[in-house]
Design a protein around this ligand. Sequence first.
Ligand SMILES: C[S@@+](CC[C@H](N)C(=O)[O-])C[C@H]1O[C@@H](n2cnc3c(N)ncnc32)[C@H](O)[C@@H]1O
Length: 259
Amino acid sequence: MPGANSVTSNQETLHKDLEEVVRKYARTTFLRPIADHTREAFAQAEEFIRKFYEARNADPATGCGETSAIGRGAPETAPVAVILDSGCGTGESTIHIARRFPGIPVIGIDKSCARLNKAGNPSQTAGEDVPANAFWIRAELLDFWRLALDYVKAGKWTIPYHAVYYPNPWPKQSEATRRFHMHPIFPTLLALGETIELRTNWEIYAREFAEAARIVYDERAVAGMTIKCESFDPEKPETAFERKYKEARQKLWRAFIKT
Ligand SMILES: C[S@@+](CC[C@H](N)C(=O)[O-])C[C@H]1O[C@@H](n2cnc3c(N)ncnc32)[C@H](O)[C@@H]1O
């Protein structure tokens, strides 16, 4: 992990090309072939989710209560609730989120094997068991998100909360199109979750993310979204990076997108 230095950038405000790039990608579909290893990881996540609901016999549409959606007259194919923790790193946040939403499976996703190997170790759980609804997979987010969106569109999954905590900020202006919100994947990311929470130690990243969401919705003539961007001070850090930033007294930012 890099030290807890503040982000340094040759960019002092929102990227000058933000609007143009985001609008362009809002009109296109990201078509890069999906890697086999992420298809396999997706299948593992899907199996975990299925078994979780079978074991819990919970209401798969809300993740809570004992009443079956089918019993209430809902279609047999009612979507199951799934929470994503994208770029979970060492997986600490996955445990916090899983405790916050005990009735819903929480999938922590990261491409780093070294970081994922630390997921669920006793220092993260404070001696308690790993929550039964937490699961980690190694996968490429740009591929996982597209597979997940197929499930959302097919009415198989609903994603009430999607954590995107401290993604790599790519602060150099010349690398801006590697930021999730200036990448062709962004409309997919937006379409996935009912609530997306982005956390970052770079104010410009949070403001760009929120503005990019506004631009996509405007381009697609979608109304009624709530888009918020604010600084915050977490009482208890929920990720390894958050702890480092807090200890270094850096100001933290978050953007909320609610559909
Ligand atoms: C700055 S770290 C933050 C990790 C964790 N969220 C935290 O706050 O401690 C960003 C993480 O995103 C992961 N990541 C970045 N791009 C990714 C991608 N395209 N697919 C999967 N993981 C990715 C990296 O491996 C890394 O663990």
